[in-house]
Design a protein around this ligand. Structure first.
Ligand code: ZN
Length: 160
């Protein structure tokens, strides 16, 4: 089966930045799994998999604007704690989702106050040109329930 809309795709990847440093890899664990066509992934990376089959390997390099975005200058903000999604104690250095009008956005906590937190809204990988070494390891049809939920169930996916 080829990678196409509504397929469940499992892939291994190693992501390196423009200095050749490995920023992230799935090679030391389970393959990443996602439902194709539901915008659960970097769009350009998802698009690059269309038509690929199990065993295909390839490399794709994405400039910042196609990966995690450009670095913003006005990146430090103070927000109410209630706008952040977290459990337990909030600590500097943690990455947590911020509720925005466009949905959840991962931010880094810089300083925590009683009611507010100072956050850095730049994604840690913003401003970087990223190269992905990709290997497609599984492609299967999704279940009706997965399509309804918009995500993968079972191994590598959600439980609900
Ligand atoms: Zn679900």
């Amino acid at each position: 089966m080829k990678v196409q809309d509504n397929a469940v795709v499992a892939f291994h990847y190693t992501m390196t930045d423009q200095d050749g440093e490995v920023a992230e890899t799935s090679r030391d664990g389970e393959a990443a799994t996602f439902l194709f066509g539901y915008r659960n992934m970097i769009e350009s990376l998802e698009g690059s998999m269309l038509g690929k089959e199990v065993g295909d390997t390839y490399t794709i390099t994405l400039p910042p604007e196609l990966a995690y975005g450009r670095l913003l200058n006005d990146n430090l903000m103070r927000v109410g704690l209630k706008n952040l999604q977290y459990e337990g104690k909030l600590e500097p250095g943690m990455m947590v989702p911020l509720r925005t009008k466009e949905g959840l956005r991962p931010v880094t906590v810089v300083k925590v106050g009683k009611f507010n937190a100072d956050i850095d809204i730049n994604h840690p990988l913003a401003g970087k040109t990223l190269t992905f070494d990709v290997e497609i390891v599984d492609v299967r049809e999704s279940t009706e329930e997965e399509r309804k939920h918009g995500h993968v169930h079972g191994p590598g996916g959600h439980e609900h």
